[in-house]
Design a protein around this ligand. Structure first.
Ligand code: I6G
Length: 684
């Protein structure tokens, strides 16, 4: 029945089928993607030159076809049944009792041994039927009403995990398989992200997305969706002898013919083992790459299945033990706005408590105002809340039919809910942000951590916990308060003995002599990193000049564009922020100030003026910071990332992505000794 490859075209097709099988079915790619692409390209070229050679089962034919005008109806040769559900262990034991009782009756003798069950996760997708004639896919259909479904053959052909032609040998002339089409969680997230980026409506969950993607009239759309098929049973089969006599073995036979089956599938003995399997999968549920809504248990032996038969529209030999639902309906009571540690103001939905995804949920994130508008969310709305795995609960939909009119709209806060300071939304950003970086209570811990960090004021001895304690105790309300701390305030705090306290106080004292560049960097002005702080210090020479700079003069600074300039203007326009800066100066922080013209002419005379370096990897004879310092002393600008503007990348051991980027951009790469001899030459 299986044809051996003959022509070169057949060989390529055969190889591509084999690679598709390894990649999509076995999850074990046999060649790199680029090699696969080359093979596919060869096939496409041959087929373009000889269109008469294009066959329906060619691997090139998965990319989608002409839009369909509508779906034809397909009558299922055997009805596509549904499954009875069990919602707890008792329901499941009851199912087992019914199975045994019926088998007792039909055989006329007691069933003493434990029943053997095949267990597998119930994927949260949509059921489909695929019919193969002589090993070739001829029809793909949705379950529909169980008797008649829609003909989605064209769309099914676009799924890489759907064999267009069976592999291996021994398949029956007619073989119908049934399975679930689903969208893996990562694909769903990526699809939604790309829709969101384009300002388009996002999907609610992977299942709906899979259903929507399969029922596209244009199969090119389906082809672009990350859908997969997992086979779970057979339908009409022309020759039953071609198949094993146990469900578990049948599925492995389907796998050998090219279908993906669930890797978690197991065969167990007795209902207690089924319950153990259920528990094991429940604990693993969030780690799976796809969503499941329960476990399906099936009597393994077909002979026993046959004597058990069917009731109404479900087999007596199978049951779905459901997991707690991941989506539930509840009511939006109010929306609070919370300020995060970076100043982002996030709306949070306060909900009427609802049990969803195994826990009681009364709060859900709303991300930002765009999300509220996108959902068309109003106060008091009935909403669908989704909690999948350990993911933070999310409002995914408003049930508009249940809206009480008039419904109150949700407005963003006019000021920061934490410090009452100004909030702003920058162009191109969805988030609302409190701009009081140095004084907003929500941001203060972050601001202090940055202020004391090594590259800023380099104050040793203050960990995050201690900063938090100081803020919580009200001893520090902003960074300048650090300089008011004394022994009494420190000793007795967690992990703060006499010695640590005096070390910290001397570190604080020592930090008072600093440079303007370090001081500017330590203020944590958004977008002002080390390099920009240095450029500002060199350009303006003193703090007063920076504080009074306007847009035009800020834009004259190298590397300062309108966004950074705006951040600086904003920062120094805020009275509370200015008060903190002044308090720091009053506390004794000092640095040398220069006449900018002098500094600039000195800078221009330096040998590495106008050269931009990036340092990466591990250096043998000095630290990266030491090398950076030496380069800067010679007038170089040292940046943290490689760009087209970079003149040299100094790459030490284990240089990673920066080296790759430099090579891609054709930036000159120096090793440590080349960099050091360049410095030595400049100093000569
Ligand atoms: O809807 C289903 C999902 C999974 C099924 C099913 C299944 O097995 C893993 N098996 C049968 C027999 C049916 N529905 C009818």
């Amino acid at each position: 029945m299986s044809n051996s490859a003959k022509t070169p075209l057949d060989v390529i097709k055969q190889q591509l089928r084999q690679h598709n099988h390894s990649y999509y079915i076995l999850d074990d790619p046999s060649i790199p993607d680029a090699e696969y692409d080359r093979l596919m390209q060869q096939l496409l070229t041959i087929e373009a030159e000889h269109p008469q050679w294009v066959t329906a089962d060619s691997p090139s034919q998965r990319v989608g076809d002409k839009p369909l005008a509508g779906f034809q109806q397909v009558t299922h040769a055997l009805p596509m049944l549904s499954l009875d559900n069990a919602f707890n262990g008792e329901d499941l034991r009851e199912f087992d009792r019914r199975v045994r009782e019926r088998l007792n009756k039909s055989s006329g003798r007691p069933v003493e041994e434990d029943i053997i069950y095949a267990c597998e996760p119930k994927l949260d997708g949509i059921a489909v039927s695929l019919t193969y004639k002589n090993g070739l896919l001829v029809t793909g259909a949705t379950r529909g009403d169980g008797s008649r479904g829609e003909d989605i053959t064209q769309n099914m052909r676009t799924l890489d995990s759907v064999p267009l032609r069976l592999i291996g040998k021994g398949w029956p002339e007619t073989l119908e398989i049934r399975g679930e089409v689903y969208m893996p969680s990562a694909g769903f997230e990526a699809l939604n992200k790309s829709l969101l980026d384009k300002g388009l409506k996002t999907y609610v969950n992977p299942r709906n997305t899979a259903a929507g993607s399969l029922r596209q009239l244009d199969s090119k759309v389906t082809a672009q969706r990350p859908l997969e098929l997992c086979a779970y049973s057979i339908g009409l089969v022309s020759d039953k002898n071609a198949l094993p006599t146990k469900h578990f073995d049948i599925l492995h036979q389907l796998q050998a013919w090219g279908f993906k089956i669930n890797a978690e599938m197991r065969r167990v003995q007795g209902i207690e083992a089924c319950l153990n399997y259920y528990q094991a999968l429940a604990s693993k549920r969030t780690l799976l790459a796809y969503e499941i809504d329960g476990i399906v248990f099936k009597v393994d032996q077909l002979e026993l299945q046959k004597s058990l038969g069917f009731v109404a529209r479900a087999p007596r030999w199978a049951i779905a033990h459901k997991f707690p639902a991941q989506e539930e309906m509840t009511q939006l009571l109010k929306v609070d706005f919370q300020v995060g540690r970076t100043g982002v103001v996030t709306p949070v939905a306060r909900l009427k408590p609802v049990f969803v995804g195994g826990v009681t949920v009364s709060n859900a994130t709303l991300h930002n105002m765009d999300e509220i508008r996108r959902l068309d969310l109003h106060l008091g709305d009935t909403v669908i809340v989704r909690r999948a795995g350990d993911v933070i609960p999310k409002v995914v939909k408003v049930v508009l039919e249940r809206r009480q009119v008039p419904a109150e709209i949700i407005n963003p806060p006019a000021t920061c809910p934490m410090c009452d300071g100004p909030v702003e939304r920058e162009e191109g950003e969805a988030a609302l942000r409190c701009v009081n970086g140095l004084t907003c209570g929500a941001q203060i811990v972050q601001a202090i951590k940055h202020f004391v960090s090594r590259k800023a004021m380099d104050i040793d001895g203050l960990g995050e916990k201690q900063v938090q304690t100081l803020v919580e105790m009200g001893k520090v309300k902003h960074v300048a308060d650090l300089y008011t701390l004394d022994h009494l305030a420190l000793v007795g705090m967690d992990r703060m003995g006499e010695k640590s306290a005096s070390n910290l106080l001397s570190a604080l004292q020592k930090s008072k002599s600093t440079s303007l560049a370090k001081f500017l960097f330590s203020l944590g002005i958004r977008e002002v990193g080390e390099a920009t702080a240095r450029s500002l210090a060199i350009h303006f020479g003193g703090l007063a000049n920076i504080k009074s700079a306007d847009m035009e003069s800020l834009l004259a600074v190298e590397d300062v564009g309108p966004i950074v300039a705006n951040r600086i203007l904003h920062f120094f326009a805020d009275n509370d922020t200015l008060a903190v800066v002044e308090a720091l100066q009053s506390a004794g922080l000092q640095w040398l100030e220069f006449d900018p013209a002098e500094v600039q002419s000195k800078q221009q005379s330096l040998p590495f003026n106008a050269l931009t370096f990036v340092v990466t990897g591990t250096l043998a004879s000095l630290s990266r910071d030491e090398l950076k310092f030496q380069l800067q002393e010679l007038g170089a600008k040292v940046m943290s990332s490689v760009s087209k503007k970079t003149d040299y990348l100094v790459a030490g051991e284990k240089a990673g992505s920066k080296l790759e980027k430099a090579q891609a951009l054709q930036v000159a790469v120096l090793d440590e000794s080349q960099a050091l001899s360049m410095i030595a030459k400049a100093l000569d």
